[in-house]
Design a protein. Sequence first.
Length: 462
Amino acid sequence: MQEKSLNTPQMPDIDLPITTPDGPDSIDESLVEEGHGLLVLLLVGALAGIAVGIVGGSFHWLLMHGGQGFAKVLAEWRANGLFGLPGWIGAIAIAALSVGLARWLIRFAPSASGSGVQHVEAVMRGHASPPPLRVLPIKYIGGLLSMVPGMALGREGPTIQMAAVIGTQCGKLFRLNRNDKFLLYTAVAGSGLAVAFNAPLAGAAFVIEEVARRVTLRRALVTLVAVATAIAVYRAYFGNVVEFKVGDFLPTDITTMILYAFFGCWMGALGVMYNRSVLLGLNVFTSIAPRVAPEFKAACIGGLIGAVGYFEPTWVGGGEMQAQTVLMGQFSVATLIILGLVRWSLGPLSYSAGTPGGLFAPLLLLGATVGALFASGVNFIVPVEYMTNTTAFALVGMAAFFTSVVRAPLTGVLLIVEMSGNVSLIPPLLIASVASALVATLMGGEPIYDSLRARMQPNQRS
């Protein structure tokens, strides 16, 4: 899909590579250039990966334990109240204050708003300057403030952008040339995704398939080195635990493969609708009470999330815990329907606030929910001997929905394979993801980060 032309000011040469009439993507990393300074570049990439492992790993650890701690506090308030008052008052107040503060921090670095992936891609395409160092602490602290109280956001977006900032700073510190600084920025970003989900191959694929959208030996080597060192440090300090625990699956027959293809088509249509929901949420947030400070509006959203989390804890948060419960088959069909409808609303609502937070993790929960519902519907119709595995469809739903929204099928497939530790579903994952991407493209739906990149304001491009 062709990108929309953007009229942006000329960026300083020190931060962007030498451009050509066709843009940054057409820079020739020829075989002559591949070896020039490559060893130094790989060493710097390795050091950047180590830093990403520490920063991204600690961010994940604090999110997990902070969220668990806040959930325990809410449980205590539900049981005993808060100084004689209903506990929901405290839940609303704390969530509103925390989210409002996270939105206020964006004033000091507008490019830290939202996922951050769109800014990484804008830099790759020459539409923005690499963000300053202050984006890293703002993204780190703002992400904790917005996600610990239960906003339906993912940790991967902030981790990817923080990794890209680390790559930029390492390039400056070691005085790399302009092209290598630029390459390091995008290559190290993949290590952020790798650390966020303990998925190194998905992190590398994300750089090539979604951010750079091209493959060269130089870029591939730097990306792999950064991902390898980042994931090694992460696993050494924070453990090597598979995100989703599932069993083995039987080989898929032709009839079921056709069913997976049909399911993928359905997920492609849903992905286009979800992207429009995200953009609608952003438009509504901007248009409602335009003179009211965005921090106050974000605080109102945070207060609503706090109230929801107080009364229904399983409805809020990034979604990893709920996705595991879906995979284990512990939700009834009625619960799955309610969960899917609620999360479809809470995801765009949370993202509209403009606080640091990603889209990936909430997508996975929605995909798993729809997949489990689809399989349950099929099992209700067909005879017992033809019944499908709801867990398998939930996993495939994650990849297919991710693909339809982001339009990165290889990343989606690898992400689910690594997060589940299961390779037997690769054929269904592939066929459903291809079908999903095909339908979403034929429907004219733009990938979500292309749409978000086109919406970036001038102050978000520097």
